[in-house]
Design a protein around this ligand. Structure first.
Ligand code: HEC
Ligand code: HEC
Ligand code: HEC
Ligand code: HEC
Ligand code: HEC
Length: 365
């Protein structure tokens, strides 16, 4: 039984060698990794309605060739195999197994980091001395380094403007300097089967979780920021101080797409009816060559030319924000600070658009 399964998989895998395989196929043996990957944004990078809407706008505004630019990161296997019409299943799988595990090397020469790929029967990865009847494999140092992430998390557009800078933010931070890799924080090592034990016993008993928690994970988000709320008085004014720090992100907070932002909302409601509200935004705002602010992803990717302002928190940075409200002493007041992560203006519903990940409150007398 075990033998025939192996044989079956080997036979099925063989004809697909020239073309990338679907993650479903890899998942037959690498079950645990496949399940985690399916939860990741990587697996939805093409399928996501939000991305598709944006792609459509990009093609309308900048011509059909734009598709190649966008798919190079959102559906790299489609581009690699020339399937721009997305006929194959693997093309719809976004950032899929056969892309990452065909990477041979990554070069930082030139405008953008570039991966060299060899899609075929040999899979590259972090393990040494493994044997599999389904495919050969070779150890690859690049998979244990942040370099493997760079081709998609660092991007200069045709105008030379850096649109995505996560990799360079990381490499300039203390995390980059002592080589705390992207994988350390985004691909935790956990107990698990590299290969389904019904198929083969693997040598190692741990896997690197492939679900890539980022801003879509509340746990990852709330661990990233540390905030404290204190108050003081200046005559008839109530001063609220928020100390906020980028506690554990290995890059700016937020990072990535310039549409992403963190909003800090402050409210003060007194028992005598004073109601105040104030906001601070952490974001890197970008403009086109004429200085017009860009408020859609596809514009930022294609037309981004300068930075209007950058209020994001650098790795390890601590900042103190002070808000003042005209509330006299002796009036009990509820002060509340709320941190929200804002994803994209392309989102159709409020729940897709932003999420509250941290709240602090305090009663002041
Ligand atoms: C028939 C089962 C089977 C299928 C299907 C399969 N693999 Fe594997 N794979 C294995 C086995 C067995 C190992 C070796 C595990 C060990 O010894 O620890 C392995 C190892 C690997 C490794 C580790 C290589 C290294 O040196 O780090 C990678 C990466 C990998 N597979 C990727 C894939 C990808 C991508 C696919 C789909 C295109 C796939 N596998 C399909 C069985 C399979
Ligand atoms: C975004 C790139 C990326 C994608 C997509 C991806 N992997 Fe990986 N994979 C990696 C990296 C990087 C490592 C090594 C992590 C480390 O050692 O720190 C790895 C490790 C592995 C290993 C070795 C065991 C382990 O967990 O360390 C196997 C097997 C594997 N991946 C299979 C798969 C399969 C199957 C899929 C699709 C369901 C997949 N990978 C999707 C990047 C990726
Ligand atoms: C082939 C391109 C590609 C590679 C290689 C790649 N990514 Fe991504 N990654 C993407 C795209 C595209 C998205 C956005 C998907 C979306 O939201 O539509 C993304 C999203 C993410 C997110 C955000 C998750 C969230 O919560 O929104 C994290 C974290 C991430 N990647 C980490 C990594 C790490 C770590 C590596 C290297 C091991 C890596 N990526 C390699 C293309 C890539
Ligand atoms: C020291 C831990 C740490 C390291 C190292 C690290 N990250 Fe992150 N990353 C985080 C945390 C925490 C978050 C969640 C907060 C946020 O979304 O900014 C995050 C969020 C992200 C996001 C989500 C942003 C978004 O727009 O959704 C991406 C993409 C990402 N990281 C990619 C990377 C890449 C690529 C590397 C390596 C070059 C890397 N990270 C290194 C901790 C880390
Ligand atoms: C160099 C790789 C790269 C290219 C090229 C690229 N993207 Fe992305 N895109 C990403 C990454 C990585 C993220 C999300 C994570 C982040 O913020 O870092 C993302 C996020 C997005 C999002 C937000 C998705 C969400 O879930 O919030 C949209 C929409 C988007 N891209 C559209 C496009 C369009 C349209 C194009 C082509 C004009 C394009 N992208 C080109 C890598 C790329």
């Amino acid at each position: 039984m075990r033998f025939s399964l192996l044989l079956l998989a080997a036979v099925c895998l063989a004809p697909a060698m020239q073309n990338p395989s679907s993650a479903e196929l890899c998942g037959r043996c690498h079950r645990a990794i496949h399940e985690a990957w399916r939860e990741s944004s990587h697996s939805k990078a093409m399928e996501s309605r939000l991305f598709q809407d944006s792609l459509q706008m990009a093609e309308k505004d900048f011509g059909a060739d734009t598709r190649k630019i966008c798919l190079s990161c959102h559906a790299p296997l489609a581009l690699e195999s020339g399937d721009l019409q997305l006929v194959r299943k693997a093309s719809w799988e976004g950032v899929s197994c056969d892309y990452c595990h065909s990477v041979r090397d990554v070069s930082l020469e030139g405008r953008n980091p570039r991966a060299s790929l060899a899609i075929g029967s040999n899979k590259t990865g972090p393990l040494k001395d493994v044997t599999s009847a389904a495919h050969t494999s070779s150890y690859s140092a690049v998979h244990t380094s942040s370099l493997v992430c760079a081709p998609c998390h660092e991007y200069r557009n045709a105008l030379g403007f850096p649109v995505l800078t996560t990799y360079s933010e990381w490499s300039q931070s203390s995390f980059g300097k002592n080589d705390t890799t992207c994988q350390t924080c985004h691909m935790a090592e956990v107990k698990g089967d590299v290969v389904d034990p019904h198929i083969q016993r693997a040598k190692t008993a741990t896997i690197n979780l492939h679900n890539m928690p980022g801003s879509n994970s509340l746990q990852q988000l709330s661990g990233a920021i540390r905030a404290q709320l204190t108050t003081s008085r200046r005559e008839d004014t109530l001063l609220v101080h928020i100390t906020v720090s980028n506690e554990s992100a290995g890059h700016h907070l937020p990072t990535g797409s310039p549409m992403r932002r963190i909003e800090l909302e402050l409210r003060a409601d007194s028992y005598k009816g004073h109601r105040f509200q104030a906001q601070k935004v952490y974001q890197r705002r970008v403009a086109d060559q004429a200085g017009r602010p860009l408020v859609r992803e596809h514009f930022a990717f294609m037309k981004g030319a300068s930075v209007i302002s950058d209020t994001r928190l650098a790795p390890g940075e601590q900042r103190q924000e002070t808000f003042s409200f005209d509330i006299p002493p002796g009036v009990p007041t509820k002060v509340e600070a709320t941190f929200r992560y804002y994803y994209s203006p392309m989102a159709r519903s409020e729940t897709q658009r932003r999420v509250t990940f941290l709240s602090l409150s305090r009663l002041v007398r």
